[in-house]
Design a protein around this ligand. Structure first.
Ligand SMILES: Cc1cc2nc3c(=O)[nH]c(=O)nc-3n(C[C@H](O)[C@H](O)[C@H](O)COP(=O)(O)OP(=O)(O)OC[C@H]3O[C@@H](n4cnc5c(N)ncnc54)[C@H](O)[C@@H]3O)c2cc1C
Length: 497
């Protein structure tokens, strides 16, 4: 190959594995250093008493971004994992008796709106049409590539004005539909990018189109089947993965980086380094501040950071099939905006809950022992800028969540529990090294979006690159995989291919 490089990837999350596979497939010599004893980052899976749980992501949207990684190596994703469509995408509960299903069938959504709020049917159609137009003209290329021509971008402008930057996602959706439940259902995906719909620019409303157009999928057997597939692909392409190998420093002479030092003191040289570890952590903890021109500690600390999660994984010795719950359920708080203001602006723990409750064995029975039910419930909570002592708070918070679920959705839950585990912001902070224990790195605010988000090629070192949630285009599986494809292309171009 024209210019084979020695490449080091820090971290084996989805972003790190995706870029490592791509570059190894091109023939580069790629080493991945992972601090933990297993790969996958937050996308790991585990088992307790026969119940199988996804630790982090579980819903795959835009699967073509995963397929693309395997195609680069001349392989086929379907030979490694089975993706099962999930319908509805999610059921949004305003209360146990009032819900709205967002699913991949536009006609079905339309029928529900006709019952829920007939006056909003035309507005919803207009919203879908505006979204479709932007996608058709290449929005996906705009976020997944850094090499678009100006004419491509100009072609999008007439439609992008329908998503003005001065409106936030909630205000924007509100220009189309009036019903409170419908508005909330349509702004919820913003949370999975690490932002509040009240402080995220309207362009993020386009996210709704991804699952509506391409569906949402569950990975048979659990999400770690994807991680195992990426690891197999990486090995087939000649890459090497080093577990239990925390990087303690990225070596630099000022303008460039030239390798890494591991915590045990060993040194590894490279032509370029890619960090999948959290971006703020990487600059702050791994690169001496005297070498950083732009990303000084004070510059990083002025950024706005995403929320964190409190997640309980639990199993019951009985089924809950009469509950009216589906695979993905969102349980809304009464005071939606106050809840999000508490988390994102006040950094305080709200009294109410916004819960994402999953019952995945409805789609994949292999996840539960016979006659039993596997659950996962995720609560958005403030990041560690809150100063909350989760060592003390975790147990009472877990009790409050279980009490709420028991009283509203899962009767006698606590008497039927046979498996249980939880994670809180300290897990994200100490185990994954995420700054302030965030689950999604930087918030996608207007000043931290697109060109204004930290670039995939470091602004301080020309051969240091970033993939993952903290860089462009952002958090969530589609964006993280897109960051890997961008960095792959940048390195290939610089290799003279
Ligand atoms: C509970 C939860 C559920 C989610 N559900 C979904 C979903 O259904 N759909 C969706 O699209 N998105 C979802 N997301 C978001 C998505 O999972 C993330 O955006 C994505 O997985 C982040 O991947 P990453 O590569 O950026 O980072 P990570 O997964 O955090 O990987 C970073 C890796 O770097 C390693 N590392 C850190 N420091 C060092 C060091 N010094 N040396 C070596 N290694 C180091 C870490 O150990 C880790 O393995 C969810 C997130 C969470 C937390």
């Amino acid at each position: 190959m024209p210019n084979k490089k020695k490449i080091i990837v820090i971290g084996s999350g989805l972003g790190g594995l995706a870029v490592a596979c791509r570059l190894a497939a091109h023939g580069h010599e790629v080493k991945v250093f992972e601090k933990r004893d297993r790969a996958g980052g937050m996308a790991d899976s585990f088992e307790i008493n026969g119940f199988k749980f996804d630790g982090g992501p579980s819903a795959v949207t835009a699967p073509f971004l995963l397929e693309d990684i395997f195609e680069v190596a001349g392989k086929n994703l379907a030979d490694y994992v089975e993706l099962i469509p999930v319908e509805p995408l999610y059921r949004v509960f305003a209360s146990p008796k009032k819900h709205f299903d967002l699913n991949g069938n536009e006609q079905d959504i339309f029928n529900q709106i006709t019952h829920l709020s007939p006056g909003d049917a035309a507005g919803f159609s207009r919203y879908m049409e505006d979204t479709r137009q932007v996608y058709k003209k290449g929005f996906l290329d705009l976020i997944t590539q850094n090499t678009l021509r100006l004419t491509d971008v100009l072609n999008l402008v007439p439609d992008l004005v329908k998503f003005p930057p001065y409106l936030n996602v909630y205000q924007h959706i509100s220009t189309y539909v009036k019903n409170d439940l419908l508005r909330k259902a349509l702004v919820l995906p913003t949370l999975m990018s690490g932002g509040s719909p009240f402080n995220t620019p309207s362009i993020y409303a386009l996210q709704n189109y991804l699952p509506l157009k391409w569906g949402t999928y569950h990975v048979r057997g659990g999400f770690d089947a994807i991680i195992k597939a990426l690891l197999a692909l990486f090995a087939e392409c000649g890459g090497s993965l080093w577990l239990n190998s925390p990087v303690s420093e990225i070596l630099s002479d000022g303008a460039k980086v030239n390798g890494v030092r591991l915590a045990d003191g060993s040194l590894y040289r490279a032509d370029c380094v890619i960090s999948d570890a959290d971006l703020a952590y990487t600059y702050h903890n791994l690169i001496d501040e005297k070498h950083r021109r732009k990303y000084k500690d004070s510059f990083i600390n002025n950024k706005r950071f995403s929320q964190s999660f409190f997640v309980i994984y639990f199993g019951t010795r009985r089924l809950y099939r009469e509950s009216g719950l589906v695979h993905h359920n969102i349980l809304l708080p009464d005071r939606f905006q106050t809840y999000l203001t508490d988390i994102f602006e006040q950094h305080s723990l709200p009294q109410e809950f916004l819960l994402h409750l999953q019952m995945p064995a409805l789609t994949d029975e292999s996840l539960s022992p016979p006659g039993c039910e596997t659950f996962r419930v995720m609560a958005s909570v403030p990041n560690q800028q809150s100063g909350i002592d989760w060592q003390k708070m975790a147990r009472p918070y877990r009790d409050r969540i279980f009490q709420f679920l028991e009283e509203n959705y899962l009767p006698d839950l606590r008497t039927h529990l046979v498996a249980e585990h939880h994670i809180d912001p300290l897990y994200f902070q100490n185990e994954l090294n995420n700054y302030y224990g965030c689950a999604f790195s930087l918030q996608p605010t207007l000043s931290q979006t697109a060109w204004l988000r930290p670039h995939n090629r470091s602004e301080d070192f020309k051969n240091l690159y970033f993939v993952g949630a903290g860089t462009h285009p952002g958090a969530g599986i589609p964006a993280v995989l897109a960051s890997a494809s961008i960095v792959d292309r940048m390195i290939e171009l610089s290799s003279g291919l």
